[in-house]
Design a protein around this ligand. Sequence first.
Ligand SMILES: Cc1ncc(COP(=O)(O)O)c(C=O)c1O
Length: 391
Amino acid sequence: MDSLPDFPWDSLAPYKERASSHAGGLVDLSVGTPVDPTPDVVRSALAAAADAHGYPQTWGTPALREAVAAWFARRRGVPDVNPDGVLPTIGSKELVAWLPTLLGAGPGDVVAYPAVAYPTYDVGARLAGASPRPMASLTALGPMTAATTPKLLWVNSPSNPTGQVLGHEHLAKVVRWARQHGVIVASDECYAELDWRDGAGGSTSGLPVPGAVPSILDPRVCGGSHDGLLAVYSLSKQSSMAGYRAAFVAGDPALVGRLLEIRKHAGMMVPWPVQQAMLAALTDDTHVAEQRVRYGIRRGHLRSALEHAGYCIDHSDAGLYLWVTRGGVEGAGAGSCWTILEEMADLGILVAPGSFYGVAGGRHVRIALTATDERIGAAVHRLTNVAAEHS
Ligand SMILES: Cc1ncc(COP(=O)(O)O)c(C=O)c1O
């Protein structure tokens, strides 16, 4: 196995200390951990399932797998998910970290993922002993040979950290390319309900129009066949369930069957009360729409305060983060993410350096929307004062 990178968050300690010394206290917008209470509908389902004397099914109960398929049809514009191709996971981070291993990748295999990306795609390649291959685009992978063709390609839309959303035409091209070269595509889609583009959230449910953020399993993307495709989804963010570890993978039943076989042997199963809580979360759209409104308000305030204070916001069309730079990414005004980190720390605000997400992220910081209204208000106030001082 390639050695694992240092755990990046540890390097933020000096900035955290500096930010914590602010008279108004720390505003931590670094790690995107949900802060709002888990909805009652989810907590009641968990409590009602507290008697869990027997082992849970690794594959998940048929009711849960059917609820996932129904959710894809109702919320994602994917009418044809086969419940046999659904598998609950213990949060999605573990699946991201172990997927290459579970798919049999090893030394000599390539695992490709976006150049600016959630760091666990890289970790997963290393855990398998495979070669991690960040890529700015498919063409950047160069001509395909036996040695360079990835075994697995990750896509992530909406992206963490950039908030970029990939349209169905783009994803369809990726799927065509992958099928041509025999590459498995795993698509990490956990921010799909947090679409902030104009008109999103305008449907009667208060949520985006199904398919507005296309899934890899969307018929427009995959032509109605889920062969070679996996969609990865998490309830951590949309249902404030990060502490439950509740997620799932869905798509090609043959691939899911391979994962299931190993996970059964390895005891990688979602606890029964969590499975019941997932079922409740997946059949209730109201709490997701309510949570979306909370994040949308925080995002609006933070976004305008940052812009008034002279920062530029790139992409950030969806998801839980603002992808922020100062003076653009090129030319004389462009600075390093660490300079922005220092400026923010002086305001008592802790943010994440873009370099955590790849070399290409080195001029951005990622600012999470996951803080209480009170803490977001404090950040907005401080940024507004800075803007006033400079005007
Ligand atoms: C892109 C992406 N994938 C996966 C995860 C992991 O989510 P969880 O393990 O909470 O399901 C996150 C969490 O921040 C993420 O941003």
